[in-house]
Design a protein around this ligand. Sequence first.
Ligand code: NAD
Length: 484
Amino acid sequence: MTDVKPTASHYVDGAYLDDADGQPFDVIYPATGETLATVHAATKAVTDAALDAATRAQAEWAALSPRSRGRVLTDAARIMRERNRELSIIETHDTGKPLQETLVADATSGADALEYFGGIANGLTGEHIQLGDDWAYTIREPLGVCVGIGAWNYPTQIACWKAAPALACGNAMVFKPSENTPLAALKVAEILTEAGAPPGLFNVVQGMGEVGGRLITDPRVAKVSLTGSVGTGKKVYSAAAAEMKHVTMELGGKSPMLVFDDADIENAVSGAILGNFYSSGQVCSNGTRVFVHRSVKEQFLDRLAKRLATAKLGDPLDEETNFGPIVSQQQLDIILGYVARGKEDGARLVTGGARLDKPGFWMSPAIFADVTDDMTIAREEIFGPVMSVLDFNDEDEAIRRANDTPYGLSAGVYTQNLARAHRVIRKLHAGSCFINSYNDAPVEVPFGAVKQSGVGRENAKAAIEHYSQLKSVYVRMGDTEAPF
Ligand code: NAD
């Protein structure tokens, strides 16, 4: 039986730490509403201890050979895989996501990131630039102490997607999980220590936005990587900009999925299900505006509603369950507010959208049809299981309407015409795109956004650019000439 109760609130300098002076807040299991534990927000004493420990550890860590650093990360990946079931149960208690999902998408994806960046650590190099007889070289250096701030939908994955490239490049990290999901990142810290990371290399401090704000503005911090909403992103980005700190911003979206009349409809329905209802719809890259060609719209809706009726809502720890609760009462209220707004604005509720009469934070997955571009449910990120189906007549119209949003995280196209697929994807304003698929995020592929959905990239070699900086060194081989 996995004990999900955390050993202490924080993980600082290689050990669990508590400070009862910090504001207490409850860890609630979304499936039942039951309180699993109470943790304390980090006081200034705790954030100071974490930043001091990270500063010390970073100097020691950066002095190691890249291969030694990489080995710690790959060892951590191995331990995560060995402990996958335990970590998945903790992730399920943190978020409410069904174990069927967490067993394959959370610690495993975190392990993928640790393994990938552990593997490429010793391949990180500068370059040689020949300039006649003179020459220059570049050195890829770490940034220093990085702060990671997480959202609540993928607490293990977010911690690892930030920590793995940061540590591979020789940085240290202080990570603040979402106050809704404080448990999972503590395990990541514990595992990194077990794998041989020096004390202080990866610290976890709990708390609300205020704790995040304190970390960002601290002079010991060189970089901030946030996963969160656009509103929070604007605040964090501007606070970081005031001191010219590096940022990565992984923010919200209202991504389009385009289903053309030549699409394989069953596959398109699968893509729409994955892109709207996986993790109860709480995925940033979800394709929540599903534009379906008018000629296949009713067929699409019919199949979608039939397949959705087979979703299995229930105990998230039952591996047959494939649709879990919403993370919190607050988020459930927000989502149900959007469902009401959709109905008021004249969208047709095909199915779902009702609060379920049971303990915890449950609703049935909702599909709206006849949604128009100006409706609130088509414009704002809902971050819940609410799909908007819109219809269109031709390709140019679909592209124009798909791009008519301040967001730019993802986009997907379903068509069997490959020329059309690539042509349309080229014109869509989004960072992470899919052809005849939706929401794949392997660590080998850069993940990120354009427009207000974010800045920078996570995963792949691209992440290295965001966790390191180049020092250029000019080498003169002859005399130094001066004008006087
Ligand atoms: P949120 O913006 O409310 O909070 C995100 C984190 O920021 C939390 O840890 C929070 O405590 C912290 N925070 C809040 N105010 C802050 C401040 N002023 N200074 C510093 N930190 C502050 O987001 P959420 O509700 O936890 O998560 C949902 C959002 O995250 C959605 O918009 C979703 O699209 C987005 N998200 C994006 C990605 C991505 O990779 N692009 C992934 C997952 C979630």
